[in-house]
Design a binder for this molecule. Structure first.
Ligand SMILES: NC(=O)c1ccc[n+]([C@@H]2O[C@H](COP(=O)([O-])OP(=O)(O)OC[C@H]3O[C@@H](n4cnc5c(N)ncnc54)[C@H](OP(=O)(O)O)[C@@H]3O)[C@@H](O)[C@H]2O)c1
Length: 332
């Protein structure tokens, strides 16, 4: 039986979550058959072997902070034989790098790619998809939007044949945590933000989340991938949540509404901003959850809710993409 060779690029929260799931051979064999991990890389080093002991790799990373062999991802792509790259490096929505170069090189080499990295898709969605098609390989990216929450394959596969009229959702758990806490405890934005930072829910530099940039990046991916658009990050009208006050919540609540950061795409709109949401609307969700309301011509309304981040949760989406690649092969 053919042994599928996997390479993991990026060994942070998501990369390590994926490695932990891949240790469970029984679970993964049922999905894709026999497999082995032949390369793992972080920003400073790598491990290369015909069959990497993932438990040991995780121990080394935890203990040493970086992987031992002085090899870059570019060098690995040039010199190691693998079938699928799991591209899990940090997101840069301006340049797409380093993921953009990694993904292009892998696709050109004829390898499938699964990524959780929004950057390359925001910068070059159409180009990457054409490259994948030309090289007869798949580029999968479920984890880029909504973490564990299924939305991309759900729309592409389970809502196949539908025209997507609009997608409207909460795509950033940090903002939703802050807003739902402001709503419940009637606290000012700054106080809740500091608390979210202490809990590790908000980053030290929170602007990417609270300015609506992360939600807008995800909206661009949804629009291009699921609504056949050709839009760029600059096409999104973005307002963040930094100016929301407890008084705004008070007025909204009196009328039966709350405030949430909503990302919305339809034929006319590509917008991220704080919106009034009725208290009995399904999008009135709390905490760090993500949710998406999809309107289509045939199935009408479909609502999904789930965890938008987390090491194992996001790894769940990466694994589901891996399974999809090989179920496609089986069905060919
Ligand atoms: N965490 C989540 O819940 C989540 C959810 C959805 C999507 N994502 C996306 O998934 C990706 C990974 O997220 P994460 O939370 O795992 O990030 P992370 O913890 O910061 O890990 C990133 C990993 O990439 C490595 N790296 C950085 N530059 C590299 C390079 N040039 N070559 C090889 N490796 C490089 C880092 O190396 P070092 O270890 O040496 O620093 C680290 O191992 C990001 O694009 C993020 O936006 C994350």
């Amino acid at each position: 039986m053919y042994m599928i060779k996997l390479a993991i690029f990026g060994f942070g929260a998501v990369g390590r979550g994926v490695a932990k799931i891949l240790i469970d051979k029984e679970r993964i064999r049922r999905l894709i058959g026999e497999y082995t991990v032949v390369a793992i890389a972080d920003s400073k080093g790598a491990i290369i072997s015909d069959s990497i002991d993932l438990k040991k790799a995780l121990e080394i990373k935890n203990k040493e902070g970086s992987l031992p062999e002085r090899l870059t991802v570019d060098e690995i792509i040039d010199s190691v034989d693998f079938d699928v790259a799991l591209e899990l490096t940090p997101t840069n929505i301006k340049t797409g790098e380093p993921g953009l170069t990694h993904i292009k090189k892998c696709l050109k080499k004829g390898c499938h790619v699964v990524t959780s990295n929004k950057g390359p898709l925001v910068v070059a969605y159409k180009e990457l998809m054409k490259l994948a098609e030309k090289n007869n390989v798949k580029l999968m990216f479920e984890a880029t939007v909504g973490g564990a929450m299924p939305v991309i394959k759900l729309i592409k596969r389970d809502l196949a044949g539908n025209n997507i009229i609009s997608i409207k959702g909460i795509l950033n758990g940090t903002c939703n945590y802050i807003l739902s806490k402001m709503e419940k405890e009637k606290l000012p934005y700054d106080v809740v933000l500091s608390e979210a930072k202490e809990l590790g829910i908000a980053e030290a530099n929170e602007s990417y989340d609270v300015e609506g940039i992360d939600s807008a990046a995800k909206l661009v991916i949804l629009a291009n991938a699921l609504m056949n658009m050709d839009v760029k990050f600059d096409d999104v009208e973005i307002v963040g949540i930094t100016k929301i006050t407890p008084e705004a919540f008070e007025i909204a609540m009196e009328k039966g509404y709350t405030i949430r950061l909503i990302a919305e795409v339809n034929e006319q709109t590509l917008k991220v901003g704080p919106r009034l949401v009725s208290l009995n609307n399904p999008l009135c969700i709390h905490g760090t959850l993500n949710a998406v309301l999809i309107k289509t011509d045939l199935a009408k309304e479909v609502f999904v809710i789930g965890r938008g981040a987390g090491s194992i949760e996001t790894a769940s989406a990466v694994i589901s993409d891996l399974a999809e690649i090989y179920s496609c092969e089986v069905n060919k």
